[in-house]
Each structure stands twice: as structure tokens, then as C-alpha cells.
Design a protein around this ligand. Structure first.
Ligand SMILES: Nc1nc2c(ncn2[C@@H]2O[C@H](COP(=O)(O)OP(=O)(O)O)[C@@H](O)[C@H]2O)c(=O)[nH]1
Ligand SMILES: [Mg+2]
Length: 321
């Protein structure tokens, strides 16, 4: 197969295309060309690079893909600075979960319960023709939850599910899971299957369903969106959503003041410098002294350097020059 598209990435006709047979590479390449946002392109290009053959013959291709990756990173950085979000104008937060499913499974109802979004709930098909965003407050953190238009409608777009940290695949029938999985085969984040409308099931049906989920090794939660329905599974779902994110929470403080109630969210293994730079670009250069309390500290108020790696729920105090 002469891969014209692979040449197009390179942008140089004289480069001989090489055959990459790794199925993961081929899958990522396909997704790369189908991607509709730069964030998605970057995600899949990085996947392609990680599945490239190691031999010398692939050196040129690797170099070109790496150059392309740098360019995409640059574009995303520029977009962030200009304050514009994705193509639909939604900026990805530190913790983002995307709610996908067929029409009428209860996506808007759930978004309403989990967040402050107040979306339209209706049994008329396809009420949501653009993504609806809400914030879920959990353990002092803000989680961005986005309902995307129903998968079978014209407004469905996979791109947000592809770049999300977590995808909530919502169904009201076990049999519909497969269809969602097939549509969203390139999801790279965590997946939680949410089965809604358990208020319509008998206890026996619920037990059977649960056993089916468990034998399929799905990460799942069965819920009901009917207000005050007993054992509706909503609290358990919130917990599972929150725990699906691979993050650490860092509280910051100024000398002589109490710590900030809202933590800064970072990826595991982040350093003190990462926190400082996240608070304000260039801030780490103004830091004179750093003290830490809690997880990862030998004692409260231990003095550390900018390269110190942080643990979840640590408190960091910055003294500036
Ligand atoms: N019985 C029952 N009906 C529900 C539940 N959740 C949503 N519905 C109903 O299902 C219909 C579609 O809900 P909606 O949230 O608009 O679904 P969406 O199209 O997936 O956003 C509405 O009539 C809701 O009242 C539930 O847990 N149990
Ligand atoms: Mg809806």
C-alpha cells in the first residue's frame, strides 16, 4: 500500500513511504486523518510515534512525525494564549468527562443532577444539538462534564470524546453498549458505562444486569435520574467519575495566611515548579523559599526546592523575592 496520506504528513514527496504494519499505528493513523480538532490530531500523532518501528529505515518518517507534533503543540499553545477553546468554544478543564449516548437515554437529566448546567430535558428526540457544559463540585474540586449530541444524530461529533480524560457511555439497555464502543473505538481516556433508568427494573432484573456487567469486566454504574429514587447510584457515580482522573491536588498558601480551599490540579509526579508555573507563568522565577506540609513531607513546614515532586493533597507555601 502506497500511503499517499502518510506522504502528506511528511509534506515531502521525495521521501519513500515505509510500510508500518503495527495495528495500533494503523488505527492511530486512521484516527489522525479523521480528526477534526488539533488536540485530537496531537493525541493520535503521539500514538503513531509511540507505535513506530524502531529500525533505521523508519528514521525519516519518525523525524517528520516529530516535527509535525512540535508544530501541533505550537498551534495548541497559541490557541490557549489567545483564550480560544476548541472549535465549539469549550476550553478543556483539568478534569473533563464527556457524556455520550443515544437520544433519550437520560444524558441531559444526568447532567442536570451532576452539575449546575440546567440543560433541557425532554422526550422529544435530539433536543441537544450542541454540547452542553456543566461543572460538578466534588471534594473541593471542579469537574467539567459535557453532554454531547446524541450519537445517532447529525450533530454527533466524536472529537471531544477522543480527547476527554473520561468518557461516560450512557445507555438504558445493556445491548446498546456494543454500538457505542464501536463508534468510539479510539477513545484514549477511561470509560465508565452508565446504565440509566433502573427505576423501571425489578430487583431481579437489576441483579441479573449487575452480574452481566461484572462478567464483562466493565467499569460501570447503574443509576436512576428520577429525583429521590432510593439507591439511585448517583453518589457512587460521582465517586467513580472523580476517581477516574489521574491527578494530584495541591493546596497553595502564602506565608502567614491559610491555604487556598480550592486545590491546583496537576498530573501525578508534578514538581513544585509545575505548581508555581500553573499559578502564573514565570512565577517560579520569583520564588525565594518553599515549604510543604502533609503527604510527602518529612515534617510540617519542611523546606524543599523547585524540583521536589509532590504528592496528592500536599500544601505548598511560596515566599517570593
Ligand atoms: N424512568 C426514567 N425516565 C428517565 C430517566 N432519566 C431520564 N428519563 C426520561 O427520559 C427522557 C429523555 O431524557 P433526556 O435527559 O432528555 O435524555 P437525552 O436525550 O439523553 O438527553 C425524558 O422524558 C426523561 O424524563 C430515569 O432514570 N428513569
Ligand atoms: Mg439531551
Amino acid at each position: 500500500m502506497l500511503c499517499g496520506k502518510r506522504l502528506a504528513v511528511c509534506g515531502k514527496r521525495e521521501i519513500m513511504p515505509i510500510n508500518v504494519n503495527d495495528p495500533e499505528y494503523v488505527k492511530a493513523e486512521k484516527a489522525f486523518y479523521e480528526a477534526s480538532t488539533v488536540e485530537e490530531q496531537l493525541l493520535f500523532l503521539s500514538k503513531m510515534i509511540s507505535h513506530m518501528p524502531g529500525h533505521k529505515g523508519a528514521e525519516n518518517l519518525r523525524q517528520q512525525l516529530t516535527t509535525k507534533r512540535k508544530r501541533l503543540e505550537g498551534q495548541i499553545e497559541k490557541k490557549k494564549k489567545s483564550g480560544r477553546g476548541t472549535k465549539v468554544g469549550i476550553r478543556k478543564d483539568d478534569m473533563q468527562a464527556i457524556l455520550v449516548g443515544k437520544t433519550n437515554v437520560g444524558k441531559s437529566s444526568l447532567l442536570n443532577i451532576l452539575t449546575n448546567a440546567g440543560p433541557r430535558v425532554s422526550n422529544i428526540k435530539y433536543t441537544t444539538n450542541e454540547p452542553q457544559v456543566g461543572m460538578m463540585h466534588y471534594m473541593n474540586c471542579q469537574v467539567q462534564i459535557i453532554e454531547v449530541p446524541a450519537v445517532e444524530g447529525d450533530y454527533f461529533d466524536k472529537s471531544m470524546a477522543h480527547t476527554a480524560d473520561t468518557v461516560l457511555m450512557m445507555v438504558d439497555k445493556f445491548e446498546d453498549i456494543k454500538e457505542l464502543e464501536e463508534k468510539l473505538y479510539m477513545v484514549t481516556g477511561k470509560i465508565i458505562i452508565v446504565l440509566n433508568k433502573i427505576d423501571l427494573l425489578t430487583p431481579k432484573e437489576k441483579r441479573k444486569l449487575k452480574a452481566r456487567f461484572q462478567s464483562n469486566k466493565y467499569k460501570f454504574q447503574m443509576i436512576s435520574c428520577i429525583p429521590h429514587w432510593p439507591e439511585n447510584g448517583i453518589d457512587e457515580l460521582k465517586k467513580k467519575i472523580f476517581e477516574s482522573f489521574d491527578i494530584i491536588r495541591v493546596h497553595t498558601k502564602e506565608p502567614g495566611k491559610v491555604r487556598s480551599p480550592l486545590p491546583v490540579i496537576l498530573t501525578p509526579d508534578s514538581t513544585v515548579k509545575d505548581v508555581a508555573e500553573k499559578i502564573l507563568k514565570g512565577f517560579s522565577k520569583r520564588v525565594k523559599k518553599i515549604k510543604i506540609w502533609g503527604p510527602g513531607s518529612k515534617f510540617g513546614g519542611q523546606i524543599v526546592g523547585l524540583n521536589h515532586r509532590l504528592k496528592d493533597l500536599v500544601t505548598v507555601e511560596f515566599t517570593t523575592k
